[in-house]
Write a protein of this length. Structure first.
Length: 472
């Protein structure tokens, strides 16, 4: 067989949350540093890394379908399955045709080394991975080898800002925390991502400064349990009690970098303190946007979920936010159809959401995750009931979002343009995002990644229309 020499190419097929996207960005950075080129898609890549999610059974199924599709369209590609599904059930992924390695979260940093060992033909040349084409060579890869271990032993955070994907590269995600020490009864994530661990404050500042130097105006801080940032770090130096927490790192970013806007991703209810809300209210450089997982508005269900707050405590935080920031976006995660939830309890959650100023919801149908306490309960609801309750919640979400959008008409706001001039040329105006997380369409065509002052002229069910103010 004639071997074609050249630069090996890779593609990362991404699923899951922002923390998983950040892992993929770190892998991409490492592969590029080792001489790999990015391919335009999985069908043209020598190496395909499938970065999986396992938060629901649907996420598992989506990953399996993707692997089968990639293998059919590009049978010569070497496939590495990694991520949370790979950590939870590596044997399931190893059994799929086309997968050569399954690498759990415990060993994700090994992926670039594995890829390099495949592609290095000699000291001065690469052999594209897709040069393996015979059926015998393909069969030799199966079943896949598994590289996974004790995820609880992890001490480091994979770091590389997510600078690609949605929003035309305008809002990088920076993961500053990974893992979770909580044990919600429905959630498998602590078992696949390990204990909570934080990026050193100096490294956070270094990464933000580097992003600003590359021209970015907004950065999104993210983590698996972002509000626990710093709790695992030493309290201080030379015996001084130097507090390290989310509030402290946000203050340092504001004080030590010229970043124009900082946005926080999901924060657990008990981590949303009055001090944090006051800090957001005090600075135009922090997005007026809180995403606070709710899951249920009923105390009995929250207790069964092993959530560590009650509805009254959650409500108090919403009152604080509205008192300080009347126009802030407030989003929540809600689980539809948790085992044992009665119709009256579902109605009570609907009533709770209706009574408070939520601006959007992420609705998840309950999905039993193997090994979690909720999966062994004998009072699971029928799929039809779960689906009906999810529809109720999504309908309420649409109602709340539409009302919030209508309330913005006539307001002025500062927005960040998202779509490129090329894309804007074939769209109605320029897409942008506001501090309070609203999709805004600005009349005319504006360059990407610009901060503009606009006035809202009208609202649809999904976005705002606006016009740029003079001297923006």
């Amino acid at each position: 067989m004639e071997v074609r020499r050249g630069m090996a190419t890779f593609f990362i097929e991404q699923f899951g949350c922002r923390a998983t996207q950040a892992d993929a960005a770190a892998i991409e950075r490492q592969l590029c540093a080792r001489g790999f080129d990015r391919a335009s898609g999985a069908d043209s890549a020598d190496l395909v890394v499938v970065n999986t999610c396992t938060v629901t059974a649907a996420a598992d199924a989506q990953a399996r379908r993707a692997i089968r599709t990639i293998h059919r369209s590009n049978p010569a590609a070497r496939i590495i399955a990694t991520g949370c599904y790979a950590q939870r059930a590596p044997e399931e992924l190893a059994a799929l045709s086309g997968v050569e390695w399954v690498v759990g979260n415990s060993h994700k940093p090994e992926i670039p080394r594995l890829a390099e060992s495949w592609s290095a033909k000699s000291a001065d040349a690469f052999v594209p991975l897709g040069s393996l084409k015979t059926s015998d060579e393909m069969a030799a890869r199966h079943p896949a080898q598994i590289l996974a271990g004790d995820v609880l032993a992890l001490a480091d955070v994979l770091v590389a800002p997510v600078e690609g994907g949605e929003a035309d590269h305008t809002r990088p995600l920076l993961k500053i925390q990974d893992g979770c020490n909580q044990r919600c009864s429905y959630c498998v994530i602590p078992f696949v991502r390990g204990r909570s661990r934080s990026l050193a404050p100096e490294r956070v500042i270094e990464e933000v400064r580097a992003l600003v130097a590359r021209g970015y105006r907004e950065v999104v801080l993210t983590g698996v349990h972002l509000g626990s940032y710093g709790r695992d770090l030493p309290a201080g130096r030379r015996g001084l009690a130097e507090r390290v927490d989310l509030l402290a790192i946000v203050r340092r970013i504001l004080n030590e970098t010229p970043l124009e806007r900082l946005r926080l991703s999901s924060i657990e209810p008990m981590d949303v303190t009055e001090d944090l809300i006051a800090l957001v209210a005090s600075s135009e450089r922090i997005a007026r946007h809180f995403h606070i997982p709710l899951q249920s508005g009923v105390d009995r269900i929250l207790a069964a979920m092993h959530r560590w707050y009650r509805a009254e405590q959650y409500a108090r935080r919403l009152d604080w936010i509205r008192a300080w920031l009347p126009d802030a976006a407030i989003g929540a995660d809600v689980i539809a159809g948790f085992p044992g939830e009665t119709q009256a309890e579902h109605d009570a959650t609907i009533g709770f959401i209706r009574a408070f100023p939520f601006t959007y919801l992420h609705v998840f149908s309950f999905s039993a995750r193997p090994g979690t306490p909720a999966a062994s309960r004998m009072d699971s609801l029928s799929p039809e009931t779960v689906a009906e309750r999810a529809r109720d919640l999504r309908a309420l979400c649409a109602e709340k979002k539409s009302a919030f959008l209508r309330a913005q008409v006539g307001n002025t706001m500062r927005v960040l343009t998202l779509n490129s001039p090329q894309r804007a040329a074939c769209a109605a105006g320029t897409r942008a995002i506001s501090s309070n997380n609203l999709d805004v369409r600005i009349a005319g065509h504006w360059p990407v990644d610009q901060m503009l002052d606009v006035r809202v002229t009208s609202a649809s069910t999904a976005h705002l229309d606006a016009e740029a103010l003079p001297h923006s």
